[in-house]
Design a protein around this ligand. Structure first.
Ligand SMILES: [Zn+2]
Length: 363
């Protein structure tokens, strides 16, 4: 059984249909739920079973008109998603449910920002598919470990974003199989554009590139032009980054179980680093991680600047308010001792987001 936070309740979530006729009702209900579940609503990703998630992902492709526009056959879409599911590992955090959370956030953002009226379908297809594929075959050990331990991935990719390069390569390995190739009815030029876009998006999820990408986005914001490919490319990278690290922008009761999973994965890595005599990443060390305030530090110094810039382009998002509220909630929780020990818990091990982001007492 795949791991992931378990839900204790299922608010307004439709159950999986048992008959074909009820599938449509399920799809409509699920679709409405999926679109609503951004930031303030309880994320559906913690209570769906894997089989249900597969259906929900299909609903997204149908709902965004990808299946009709790009002639994606239902069987091929199903096979593709099943292969994706198979290639997420049974690890505490970077598992299939995380893939769904990120994809659901991307899907919600596409609707919230009315991107369908601003960008073409291929860009949207790139974004959704990138979200689905962005952590494929994640081993639970980050890039720092890969490089320090001189793993096969680090050797193959010369220490350059070994994980992200691998996620991407696995995605196109799946797509190489005709029965899984959801892009098989597209022209050569369209496929070329999609491949370039997916590679760009997935590689952007390497947190060591955080400042580079954010600064680029800030520099183009004053003159942002949706007709500029360069501008759209940067926006797509920002959107997948936002989706990927947005867990802590969700309500605390949703974010905290995921944080526990993330810490478990971190601890597993630091245990291994100690065992192998490798440098131990401080915020992953179970002996040192004890300050929940680091969570607010991550929100304040990494998440918030990113989300504020995105909200500058899409004022409708009002993410700043949601994040401020969550930051305050977490700070309050720290004080009252309700929050679990979670110091140094960042989404990724390597970020050049600035020294503040690394400080356990950033607040
Ligand atoms: Zn991820």
């Amino acid at each position: 059984m795949r791991t992931g936070p378990q839900a204790s309740w299922r608010p307004g979530v439709p159950s999986v249909p048992s008959t074909p006729s009820s599938y449509l009702v399920f799809a409509i209900q699920a679709d409405q739920c999926l679109r609503m579940c951004v930031f303030v609503c309880v994320c559906v990703c913690r209570q769906w079973e894997d089989a249900e998630i597969m259906v929900l992902l299909q609903v997204m492709y149908v709902d965004l008109d990808f299946t009709a526009t790009f002639n994606i056959e239902p069987d091929v879409l199903h096979q593709f998603l099943f292969e994706i599911y198979r290639r997420y590992n049974n690890i505490p955090f970077h598992n299939f449910k995380h893939c769904f959370c990120v994809t659901q956030m991307m899907y919600g953002l596409i609707w919230l920002t009315d991107l369908r009226s601003k960008m073409d379908s291929i860009d949207l297809l790139i974004m959704l598919t990138s979200a689905i594929c962005h952590d494929l075959d994640h081993t639970g050990y980050n890039n720092a470990y890969q490089i320090n331990a001189r793993t096969e991935l680090a050797l193959r990719y010369n220490d350059i974003s070994p994980l992200e390069n691998h996620h991407c390569a696995v995605a196109f390995e799946v797509l190489e199989r005709t029965e899984c190739n959801i892009f098989r009815n597209l022209s050569m030029d369209q496929f070329k554009r999609i491949r370039e876009g997916i590679i760009k998006c997935i590689l952007a999820t390497d947190m060591t590139r955080h400042n580079e990408i954010l600064n680029k986005f800030k520099s183009i914001l004053p003159t942002f032009d949706f007709t500029s490919k360069e501008h759209r490319d940067v926006l797509m990278m920002i959107l997948i980054k936002v989706s990927d690290i947005s867990n802590e922008a969700r309500p605390m009761e949703v974010a905290e179980p995921w944080l526990d999973c993330l810490l478990q994965e971190f601890f597993n890595q630091s245990d291994m680093e100690k065992l192998e005599g490798l440098p131990v990443t401080p915020f992953m060390d179970r002996d040192k991680v004890s300050k929940p305030s680091s969570q607010t530090g991550f929100i304040r110094f990494v998440l918030l600047p990113l989300f504020i810039e995105l909200a500058n382009l899409f004022p409708c998002l009002e993410m700043e308010k949601a994040l401020e509220r969550e930051t305050q909630n977490r700070a309050h929780s720290d004080v009252t001792g309700k929050s679990k020990e979670a110091a140094g818990s960042r989404r990724e091990s390597q970020t050049n987001a600035g020294p503040e982001a690394q400080r356990p007492h950033a607040q």
